[in-house]
Design a binder for this molecule. Sequence first.
Ligand SMILES: NC(=O)c1ccc[n+]([C@@H]2O[C@H](COP(=O)([O-])OP(=O)(O)OC[C@H]3O[C@@H](n4cnc5c(N)ncnc54)[C@H](O)[C@@H]3O)[C@@H](O)[C@H]2O)c1
Length: 253
Amino acid sequence: MATGRTHRPATRSRGIPEATVARLPLYLRALTALSERSVPTVSSEELAAAAGVNSAKLRKDFSYLGSYGTRGVGYDVEYLVYQISRELGLTQDWPVVIVGIGNLGAALANYGGFASRGFRVAALIDADPAMAGKPVAGIPVQHTDDLEKIIDENGVSIGVIATPAGAAQPVCDRLVAAGVTSILNFAPTVLSVPDGVDVRKVDLSIELQILAFHEQRKAGEEAEAQAGAAAAPAERGNDDKGPDGDVPAVMPA
Ligand SMILES: NC(=O)c1ccc[n+]([C@@H]2O[C@H](COP(=O)([O-])OP(=O)(O)OC[C@H]3O[C@@H](n4cnc5c(N)ncnc54)[C@H](O)[C@@H]3O)[C@@H](O)[C@H]2O)c1
């Protein structure tokens, strides 16, 4: 679901292209599902289909990890889970802070999927004094006045911004100044960050707009197909009349 770009060159220092890095979580999700079903090995075709990726691309991606699978057997599921998790830095615990604990921030705090993937919600921060001390997902919300102290005490390097758009840049600046080097931004605004800070942007409305574009195109194609189907009998009707029939129902473009 995540969209947006990181502020990094196209190739990472260890030689894994950014596009490959972006697909690793897709493989990991598919492999985790296989692991949960105790499937021991998987072919590149099966895994590619489960991850929604082309199998040649998958093999190329895995070659960057030094993983080539065994001919006739496929890839060892558990080993690949470990390898990809290690590559993504998920074999360690990442404390995360969420800033802006409104509808979205609270929903994110309550999402159980972070912890199972190695992301621990270390703190929840909001500017509203009325929220200070109130528990959300079992974690007391802390006031933005203490943001720097919270980042420092929890060794946080990943911040999630779920504030209104207008507050996002100042919040981002404070997070970065406090030592946060990766930001997941849900606010509908483009953030400026110094070199060395990664920003990923999530915008569900952009995803919906892309789907709307495809829906519109599908509707257009359907309308064209229906017009074609309606025109076909008329054309046949003309054919029946022979070369001297009435004006054809479908005019040439
Ligand atoms: N990316 C997406 O797909 C997506 C989806 C829904 C909402 N959003 C965006 O997420 C943001 C939050 O949406 P919401 O519905 O939760 O809004 P909300 O109004 O319910 O919550 C915003 C929270 O941010 C807090 N806040 C305001 N200024 C702050 C600051 N300077 N520092 C810390 N906290 C601050 C408010 O006190 C409030 O609790 C909005 O920018 C919205 O547009 C994005």
